[in-house]
Design a protein around this ligand. Sequence first.
Ligand code: RIB
Length: 331
Amino acid sequence: MGDVGISDVAARAGVSVGTVSNYFNRPEILATKTAERVRDAIVELGYVRNFAARDLRLGRARSIGLLVLDISNPFFTEFVEGVERVANDAGLAVILGNTKENAAKEASYLELFQEQRVAGVILSPIGDVSAQLAALHRQGTPTVLIDDAPDLENTCSVAVDDASGGALAVTHLLRTGRRRILILDGPARIHQARARIEGALHAARAAGVTVELVTVSAFTSEAAHEAVAELLARGAPSFDGIFAANDIMALGAIRALHENSIAIPGQVAVIGYDDISYASAVSPALSSIRQPSDLMGARATELLLDELNSPDEHHHERVIFPPELQHRQTT
Ligand code: RIB
């Protein structure tokens, strides 16, 4: 049997094509009996609406593109959930791209989104995306940036005040009596992490405490584990507190401390950043600076939808959430 069309449904239900169309688009005007006949015909024939044809007519897909830096980091998984919830409620699907912090991969995803005429794009940028964002805007495709806003003229953005967040983490370590602080940073290309490290350094210097800054090869648990294991291989820890640029790095640092039988927080306190759901699930539970990832995803999508639905009234916004300390067992 070939593809079932709307006319087949109409014939089976004994109604006009217009009535079947009303069943989908203005169901309130159909008599209950008619609506039931149409529904039965749809089920019997296995009819599925073809949105591709409608998208072609409207020149826009019923999907949005979402680019994250690393989907294996629960911060981004939780962010995606917020995006998906709001997008799905608006009848839009989400096409996810995992750039793995790779600018070339990011560029080719943006090209694909443009070709596919997605309704909008949300991204956590890694490379210089200004030309591609400008091309999307010319095409009438709104964008929202996560954590960055190089081009405030044409786009909304959602972020956390990372400099304050970094300062909050170090101030917390200081309040718990720590005076020799190890800061674990990742590669400098991640703008938002750089801001949180600058905030942390500023707070530490203002308090006159010793800081050791170690830049590890990636924002991953493995990279942080390796870096801390290497430091500990040299002898007793020269630090009594660790601030890691994100939670998964903090978890890697904790593993290295455990392997060297160093008491947490007795000998070394540890605080991370993000407050991923695993932070409270591990033992000892990880202290962290909370970024409301799910809420950030939801807000980013609301801003995108607002621009999509009311382009003339829409005003670009830079939404900044305050960071929040989550004090748990590792400090
Ligand atoms: O990808 C690195 C970090 O940037 C994440 O852990 C999250 O903090 C994001 O802001």
